[in-house]
Design a binder for this molecule. Structure first.
Ligand SMILES: O=c1ccn([C@@H]2O[C@H](COP(=O)(O)O)[C@@H](O)[C@H]2O)c(=O)[nH]1
Length: 271
């Protein structure tokens, strides 16, 4: 999917919501556990219930690979079930020496046909560029992550006074551009969004960390939105586990709708 098509969806749905499919068998409502593929049944119900309110789905690959072959099957079925106009993100956080990154790219872009994949920048150019060789596919580079451990490296200052995440953003522009690169910036790091926007004013940002991690949607929109929205704000647990009983899909739908309604207001106000 290209940038224009993504923005068209955002305008049509008045939403920049990404629903995170971090599907954990220990949190699936009991009545689904007797089915042949509880993970897929859960995801299917969540997708049916939220697809009108979101523009992206982000399966977190760890939750699927933890289950072995069955997990990969559930992931493929989930991906096939997502409506084609909705952007898909493999949250896999990959990146390795060049020939290995190429295989990761083939796995997620060719075998599985995701629109995008999250990539760790730590191993540098040859670990990232193999993912950029695919038409109409996106790399979402980890820049300023939402977790506490992000402070260990990403916010350290280097000689020129820049923080490491600023260097990552700047360097990445030698490899790609706003048509094939997005960046992860945690909602818990909204105070850095102005710095981010100075370096990548027109790029899309994937923003996890609202809801369960406590980030503010309003702050993210205020400092991060650009004239093509430029944001995909993710919520996983806050939507998919809002209820753990038979009404889980209904409650997930209500949570997604609530976020979409707030986003509609913010699109009017800030974009
Ligand atoms: O900096 C990052 C990068 C990725 N994530 C991922 O996003 C979701 C957040 O889930 P919530 O339940 O909405 O907190 C999850 O898949 C993380 O692995 C992140 O949180 N922060």
């Amino acid at each position: 999917m290209n940038k224009a098509a993504l923005f068209e969806q955002i305008q049509k749905k008045k939403s920049f919501l990404c629903v995170g499919l971090d599907t954990d068998p220990s949190k699936i409502p009991a009545h689904l556990l007797d089915t042949e593929d509880p993970i897929f049944e859960f995801n299917k119900a969540i997708i049916d219930a939220t697809k009108d309110y979101c523009v992206a789905y982000k399966p977190n690959i760890a939750f699927y690979e933890a289950l072995g072959v069955k997990g990969w099957e559930s992931l493929q079925k989930t991906l096939d079930y997502i409506p084609s106009e909705i952007f898909t993100i493999a949250d896999a956080k990959r990146g390795d020496i060049g020939n290995t990154s190429k295989m990761y790219a083939k796995a997620f872009f060719e075998s599985m046909n995701f629109d995008s994949i999250t990539v760790a920048p730590y191993m540098g150019e040859d670990s990232v560029t193999p993912f950029l060789e695919f038409d109409n596919k996106w790399v979402i580079l980890l820049a300023a992550t939402s977790n506490k451990g992000g402070l260990d490296f990403q916010y350290q200052k280097i000689e020129n006074g820049q923080m490491v995440f600023e260097k990552v953003l700047e360097k990445s522009l030698e490899w790609g551009n706003e048509k094939n690169l997005m960046y992860v910036v945690g909602a818990t790091r909204a105070d850095f969004l102005e710095k981010v926007r100075k370096i990548v004013p027109n790029s899309f940002l994937l923003v996890p960390g609202v809801g369960a991690q406590g980030g503010s949607l309003e702050e993210v929109a205020k400092y991060g939105m650009n004239d093509t929205c430029g944001l995909l704000v993710n919520s996983s647990r806050g939507i998919i586990y809002a209820s753990n009983s038979e009404d889980f899909a209904e409650v997930a739908s209500a949570e997604a709708k609530k976020l979409q309604e707030q986003m509609a207001v913010m699109l009017e106000k800030y974009s």
